[in-house]
Design a protein around this ligand. Structure first.
Ligand code: URA
Length: 282
């Protein structure tokens, strides 16, 4: 038995009737909660401490589990580190920087292009040159930002005609085959709801399909993920950029993607074209 020479400490001095009414009140409250379907009550460590049930230090702090978003970001960073040290094909000899791709680690949309050009090779970022500026406008017209999607390429190093960084060329089948495992690994982490391939190389690299003019606008699948093939922004630029027949074909493909995702769809190409033609003829 504990003897308190100066009387019991302050906190033990509540009278029995006080305690009884406290316990009765608490019991009634808990009964009401149970009747309304409450089965558990969570108390955080600070509240437990305030109730005098345990010192803060005795209650283990919850260990934060990494969010799926963060976990995906870390896995993508690990793939990017592997790419940075890659020597699987001769392109590593002439690259300035590897270009793993960038964007949201859990995106609705993954854009896949061909390979880095001069600007991308210098900056280590996908689609930052002229074609990238057009892609940015397309993404914006879809009601999205580049940070909300992921942008990658079939090959992660710049292919040039002579290796001296003068003129770009499409990657060879061997270069694509050497690099493809990286994109596959990225897709396994990203699990996008839709993949958009930009141009012939991306479509051939991912699905082995040739004939972009025939294939664009036709839904395909890559490992269960709906895939929409469309033209490459560079092809649009060669044909005059925005507001050309090619651009509006791409626009229709992007609207189909937005519909698939259940996102608000801006005006379809036919309506936009009609508005533009009406304005032009006034
Ligand atoms: N920039 C890229 O990152 N990829 C392309 O396919 C073209 C330009």
């Amino acid at each position: 038995m504990t003897v308190y020479p100066g009387g019991a400490p302050e906190k033990s001095r509540a009278s029995v009737p006080d305690l009884r009414s406290l316990v009765e009140g608490l019991t009634a409250y808990l009964e009401t909660l149970r009747e309304t379907g409450v089965k558990d009550i969570e108390l955080d460590r600070e509240t437990l401490h305030e109730l005098g049930l345990a010192p803060v230090s005795a209650i283990p702090a919850p260990t934060p589990s990494p969010t799926p978003w963060r976990e995906a970001a870390e896995q993508l960073a690990a793939i990017a580190r592997e790419i940075a040290g890659c020597r699987r094909c001769p392109l590593h000899q002439t690259r300035t920087k590897t270009v793993p791709g960038q964007g949201c680690p859990q995106p609705d949309i993954l854009f896949v292009g061909e390979g880095p050009g001069r600007d991308e090779d210098l900056q280590g970022l996908a689609f930052v040159g002229r074609a990238g500026a057009l892609l940015t406008r397309m993404i914006k017209a879809m009601g999205l930002t580049r940070d909300e999607v992921f942008i990658a390429n079939i090959v992660k190093c710049r292919p040039t005609v002579d290796g001296a960084g003068v003129r770009d060329r499409p990657p060879t089948p061997e270069e694509m085959a050497a690099c493809l495992p990286y994109l596959r690994a990225q897709i396994a982490v990203l699990r996008p709801r839709v993949i958009i391939t930009l141009g012939a190389t991306a479509l051939e690299g991912l699905l082995g399909l040739k004939g972009i003019k025939r294939q664009r606008g036709q839904w395909r699948e890559y490992e269960g993920i709906p895939l929409m093939p469309t033209y490459h922004p560079s092809y649009l630029l060669r044909g005059g950029g925005d507001d050309t027949a090619r651009y509006w074909e791409v626009w229709d493909d992007l609207v189909a993607v937005l519909t698939q995702l259940g996102r608000p769809t801006p005006m379809p190409a036919a309506v936009q074209r009609r508005d533009i033609n009406t304005t032009a003829s006034q």
